[in-house]
Design a binder for this molecule. Structure first.
Ligand SMILES: Cc1cc2nc3c(=O)[nH]c(=O)nc-3n(C[C@H](O)[C@H](O)[C@H](O)COP(=O)(O)OP(=O)(O)OC[C@H]3O[C@@H](n4cnc5c(N)ncnc54)[C@H](O)[C@@H]3O)c2cc1C
Length: 804
């Protein structure tokens, strides 16, 4: 074994081997993989080997499409068989909600170029005659679905990696990993020590233990999963073509042909976590004992859906563990707080996702960024607040919901409430209906007296409609108050602070007592942040951005250090409120001695103010697009600040508002939102955020070359707003935009702008089409709704109220 390597991958399951292969594919050959036993010795060997593209997140769906397309390439490269069966698959819908979800998926696939198809019951029967279609409304057919040989595929990745120069050492157990001051890692094994420039944790079932060797906690948990292989079934082995995959979400099952019989697996509700406190090192090629009692109900359901199973004998039962993150997506990327330490863990569908995970990680490591927005699988999407106590109930919930309908407005109940602010009980007393962002309870809206404290999960307009409308109207006609906790906040201090910000941010760095809006760009010019920068003094700045992206942002800042700059994440150390609406100034003026008149405290001004007894930082800006103020204070003073503002607001009819109202208010002004319009999938020029780039500054800010190139040659697509003739469902995201029946773009977000009473969509169309009045159509849940491109904001188009 060599003593030094560029990359050391720990773990020889399908994921580790894919990472190793992709590193060589992208040009790094001084790479090695260490496996404590034989390849496939974790969950890989007992997988059912199924693969499919369907995933609620479009980037994950694309990643799965890449993985599936890779297998033929691997076979050609290595001469090894992956045991591919491209049989196609049907996902059944037995309720209108589930059918809505499949139709929404199909609509997304239309713009993604995936050849899926909505089928009726008769078509399902014709394709998969063993399905009892009673009660089935339809299904989604995906020709790419299929299954493979898990071991053959893993060995094909391994051989392909070796052909690219990689080394693989089996029976080599990693026992310790220690960071060195130069950024390398000392990797100790039972066969000697290796110094690695980069370390990849791809240890599957043992990912938690291997992470602990580096002193970090990765939020994942193994779950015990069971599938059954039947004896030979005549209806199967006499078929001319192989039986397709059938996923029956209503019965929590997936079924496919296995040899001359069938194989059926379940995501049962009475599921069990496995080895909650750690995976034993001596667990290897063994299976767990059969446990029919937990799948009894699922089997009974399956007998009704696939009657042939009732008389088929059971040939074998496979019951084994595999790992999940709290939201079911993998944990991939640079682990926050560590240098050159990468995660390729919690890949619960290694044969649908392993290839794409390997590619993304190799791109991230070698090229500095991934080709697609990685946030759905970024290890940093879970903050340092995650604990095993949070992970366990969340993973169990995710397993139970694997085949459940997932609604765009749904708030899942497990592990809540966990993180709360001092306002939690006060909001609760006012009827708050909470959601969760990054583990934090955040008010979605306030239920009126007597109304249910629960928003009905739906693809269509929910029961929150009236309440949200009332909050929107309160802001636009009087004044509303909303908590500012859920912003990611950073304090940047030191003599080099301004110069550092000038390099990290593409926008203008404001003068003292002013704020600016700025995109943060990757070298490719893609958006990795959308910040408000407040200059408190020449050596102190406050940055605010998305609360959920705080660890991603901090990781980026830490990767670009400067000895003259200190960066602190103060997201939870600074909190506060925004007050917005035409009476907002009156409320503020009533509780401070500071002069907050329009002349003294202008739009984008920042000032320290004493409000009541609290020492606050006040900014004249509001995402509602209205006259508004953001008021920051320390958490200990938050309740006092609230009571002060609340009392001062009484004569003006102050009302609390939640995130649903905020997202409606921003639609009046076509304001984009982080993770919707603004994400690493898009550039500043595509989204219009290039208006905040300060090309005049004499700094080589990150992404400058790419931004300059787009300035010279504008990008092909442009973000636009549409007024949609929607009926009872509004745009959520990724609905296709068509012109004369041809898909020309897609939506990034949308919703109902209650103040103006219009259904609004934001989305991309080719630049040359982005003209006011363009008549297009947007597909919402299978309906092609007429949509008109609009360029004038619905409210305060000249900004007189916002700036006044
Ligand atoms: C019953 C069942 C059915 C499944 N069906 C499917 C399916 O149909 N389709 C699908 O896509 N997925 C399926 N899966 C999930 C699939 O098995 C996993 O997604 C996949 O195996 C994850 O691979 P991995 O490489 O991340 O982890 P693992 O396979 O667990 O590999 C980790 C490797 O790391 C090694 N290792 C750990 N610690 C060390 C150390 N300290 N030093 C050296 N080596 C170490 C281990 O020995 C192991 O070989 C199924 C899983 C189960 C249990």
């Amino acid at each position: 074994m060599k003593s030094h390597t560029q990359v050391c991958v720990i773990g020889g399951g399908v994921v580790g081997c894919s990472v190793l292969y992709h590193l060589t594919k992208l040009g790094w050959s001084d790479v090695m993989l260490l496996e404590r036993s034989e390849l496939t010795s974790g969950s890989t060997w007992h997988a059912a080997g199924g693969f499919h593209t369907l995933n609620g997140d479009t980037n994950m769906a694309a990643l799965q499409g890449y993985t599936i397309g890779l297998y033929k390439e691997l076979e050609a490269l290595t001469g090894l068989s992956c045991g591919l069966h491209h049989v196609g698959g049907i996902t059944l819908a037995d309720t209108p909600e589930r059918f809505d979800m499949l139709k929404a998926e199909r609509a997304k696939h239309r713009y993604m170029g995936l050849e899926t198809e909505i089928l009726g019951p008769a078509e399902i029967k014709a394709m998969a005659d063993l399905v009892n279609t009673d009660g089935i409304l339809g299904g989604l057919y995906d020709p790419l679905d299929g299954h493979l040989d898990p071991s053959g595929t893993t060995h094909a990745y391994a051989k392909a990696a070796k052909l690219g120069g990689a080394q693989i050492h089996t029976h080599t157990m990693v026992t310790a990993t220690t960071p060195n001051p130069d950024g390398t890692w000392t990797v100790e094994t039972d066969k000697g020590t290796v110094i690695a420039e980069h370390l990849v944790n791809a240890s599957g079932l043992w990912a938690r233990e291997v992470a602990a060797m580096a002193g970090v906690y990765l939020p994942l948990l193994p779950m015990a999963h069971q599938y059954i292989v039947t004896d030979d079934i005549p209806g199967i082995y006499t078929r001319a073509t192989e039986f397709p995959h059938v996923i029956d979400p209503g019965g929590e099952s997936y079924l496919r042909q296995e040899g001359r019989g069938l194989c059926i697996g379940f995501y049962e509700k009475p599921c069990e976590a496995w080895s909650v406190d750690g995976t034993p090192w001596d667990f290897g090629h063994e299976l767990l004992n059969d446990q029919f009692e937990k799948i009894e109900d699922s089997i009974a359901f399956a007998y009704r859906r696939f009657p042939v199973l009732e008389t088929a004998g059971v040939k074998s039962v496979i019951h084994g563990p595999f790992t999940f993150a709290p939201d079911g997506n993998p944990l991939v990327g640079p682990v926050p707080g560590l240098r050159n330490y990468w995660s390729a863990c919690a890949v619960m569908a290694g044969f649908s996702q392993g290839g794409g995970v390997g590619l993304a990680l190799a791109q991230w490591m070698i090229e500095g960024e991934t080709e697609r927005d990685p946030r759905a699988m970024d290890v940093a999407r879970f903050g340092r607040w995650t604990t095993p106590g949070y992970t366990v109930p969340k993973v169990i919930e995710n397993y139970q919901n694997r085949f459940s309908v997932s609604y765009p407005n749904e708030e899942l109940p497990a592990a809540r409430p966990f993180r709360t602010t001092a306002m939690y009980d006060i909001w609760d007393g006012m009827g708050a209906v909470f959601g969760q962002t990054y583990g934090l309870e955040v008010v979605n809206y306030f239920a009126p007296e007597g109304a249910p404290r629960f928003e009905t999960p739906s693809f269509r307009r929910s029961n929150a409609w009236g309440a949200v409308k009332a909050e929107v109207m309160a802001v636009r006609t009087g004044v509303g108050i909303n908590e500012l906790q859920n912003f990611g906040k950073f304090r940047v201090t030191g003599p080099g602070a301004r110069a550092w910000l000038d390099r990290i941010m593409a926008g203008r760095i404001p003068a003292p007592r002013r704020l600016s809006l700025s995109p943060m760009l990757a070298p490719s010019g893609r958006l990795i942040g959308d910040f408000t920068i407040s200059c408190l003094s020449e050596t102190e700045f406050q940055l605010t951005a998305s609360y959920g992206a705080q660890d991603q942002h901090l990781r980026w800042f830490e990767a670009h250090p400067d000895p003259g700059v200190t960066i602190e994440n103060i997201s939870d150390a600074r909190t506060g409120f925004q007050i917005a609406g035409p009476r907002a100034r009156d409320v503020l003026a009533a509780c401070t001695r500071a002069d907050v008149s329009a002349e003294a405290f202008r739009f984008f001004d920042v000032a320290p103010m004493t409000i009541g007894m609290a020492q606050c930082l006040v900014q004249r800006v509001s995402y509602t697009g209205d006259l508004g103020f953001e008021i920051y204070c320390s958490p200990a003073e938050q309740r006092h600040l609230f009571h002060t503002l609340w009392e001062a607001g009484q004569p003006h009819g102050i009302r609390p508002f939640g995130m649903r109202a905020m997202m409606s208010l921003r639609l009046d002004k076509f304001f984009g939102a982080w993770s919707r319009e603004y994400s690493p999938d898009y550039t500043a020029a595509e989204t219009g955020l290039d208006r905040f780039i300060h090309f005049g500054k004499n700094t080589a800010f990150i992404g400058r070359n790419a931004a300059e190139a787009e300035r010279a040659t504008p990008p092909a697509r442009q973000l636009c707003a549409f007024e949609v003739a929607a009926t009872d469902a509004d745009v959520v995201a990724y609905e296709p935009i068509s012109l004369d029946g041809e898909v020309v773009g897609f939506c990034t977000s949308g919703g109902y702008a209650h103040f103006t009473g219009k259904s609004i969509a934001l989305g991309f169309v080719p630049r040359e089409m982005a003209q006011d009045g363009l008549e297009a159509s947007i597909e919402i849940l299978g309906d092609h709704c007429p949509a008109t491109l609009i360029t004038t904001p619905l409210f305060d188009p000249d900004g007189a109220r916002m700036r006044g």
